[in-house]
Design a protein around this ligand. Structure first.
Ligand code: FAD
Length: 315
């Protein structure tokens, strides 16, 4: 059973979530071909071999540098046919998931998003549902299958292989693009919140925007992105794109540090895929402690500077 993996890039670099998708496909035990659309360096393309891709198709047309879902879906559908692939694996992301759904329609495939484990017998996959509160087991019955892997569900482990990189020419013209991205603007600093490996988030416990410096100091020392609770962004203490939770950004970092956040269910819905949660709150009864791997009961204004100093000392 041949498997194709759609690999996303950001500024020419392969996204970690796509490495996880390649590693997942490798663990499925099938021959893995990856496809990369748009500009990417040969070292990035070759690096996919280390995670289990045997072949990398590179559609280098610069028209693909700005992703358009319909166009990406058409190119990947053709690659599925050319490679005789039965399974498409991709990351569960704002781009890849709709691309996967469109491909599934085009090739009459069974589709599952938010997949958290390898398929079991009969191609049954486990999906995370209700913002991580439950799982569903779904049998993918059609011969062709499309699976979107939830962030952190598979480890991007190096397996020591190498990949053959093959140019994959595509013929695109303006009429193929029903939308055109004319430019992009970064809303955040260097580290994108949904992609961050470490997130330091603040809540109403920080009392006001003038106190965010101590949180940013810790984030800087940890090379982390900053986030916040909804009331904090509603009160314009922080920009809306930092709002984490059910109605905001869903994060899945290795480490989530919540400072002065009570742990309401709507906030937890955005962070419960984090590998490790550390909670700093002066109220020992704060609900967030129940979801925490580590908790510090204390005043954020005492704890944060000490933690930042300790991190700096360790470096
Ligand atoms: C439909 C709906 C959707 C929502 N979606 C979201 C969402 O996506 N994301 C989200 O975050 N919320 C969301 N909410 C709001 C959510 O219910 C909570 O009201 C909100 O998360 C609380 O924010 P908070 O923890 O910052 O503030 P608070 O609940 O006021 O908690 C502040 C915490 O700080 C602690 N604290 C105070 N002083 C200090 C100090 N000096 N040091 C350390 N700790 C201190 C307190 O003990 C307390 O636990 C939603 C609500 C609704 C109804």
């Amino acid at each position: 059973m041949a498997t194709l993996v759609f690999v996303e890039t950001s500024e020419g670099k392969v996204r970690k979530t796509s490495l996880e998708a390649v590693a997942y496909a490798h663990q499925m035990g099938a021959g893995v071909t990856a496809i990369v659309l748009g500009t990417a360096s040969s070292s990035e393309l070759e690096s996919l071999g280390k995670y289990g891709a045997q072949k990398v198709l590179h559609a280098a047309d610069s028209k693909l540098d700005h992703p358009v879902i319909q166009v990406f879906a058409s190119v990947i559908t053709k690659a599925m046919q050319d490679e005789n692939a039965d399974v498409l694996v991709l990351a569960n992301s704002s781009l890849a998931t709709p691309v996967g759904a469109k491909v599934a329609v085009k090739i009459n495939a069974s589709f599952a998003s938010n997949v958290v484990e390898l398929p079991s017998a009969g191609f049954v996959v486990k999906r995370s549902i209700y913002t991580g509160k439950a799982f569903s087991l779904v049998e993918l019955k059609n011969q062709k299958k499309v699976i979107a892997i939830k962030k952190n569900a598979a480890e991007a482990k190096e397996v020591g292989g190498s990949a053959q990189v093959v140019a994959y020419p595509v013929s695109l013209n303006e009429a193929d693009f029903n939308t055109k991205i004319t430019g992009t603007e970064k809303a955040t600093g260097d580290i994108l919140l949904p992609e961050a490996e470490i997130v330091v988030s603040g809540g109403r416990g920080l009392k006001g925007p003038e106190h965010w410096g101590i949180l940013e100091e810790l984030a800087k020392a940890l090379h982390a992105a900053t986030g916040c609770s909804k009331p904090v962004s509603d009160m314009h203490w922080r920009p809306h794109h930092e709002h984490v939770g059910q109605t905001g950004v869903k994060v899945a970092p290795q480490l989530y540090i919540a400072v002065g956040i009570s742990g309401a269910i709507q906030h937890l819905a955005g962070v419960n895929s984090s590998k490790c949660i550390v909670v700093i709150n002066k109220d020992p009864e704060a609900p967030f402690f129940k979801a925490a791997d580590y908790g510090i009961v204390g005043d954020a204004f005492d704890v944060l500077p000490k933690l930042t100093e300790a991190v700096k000392t360790m470096k």
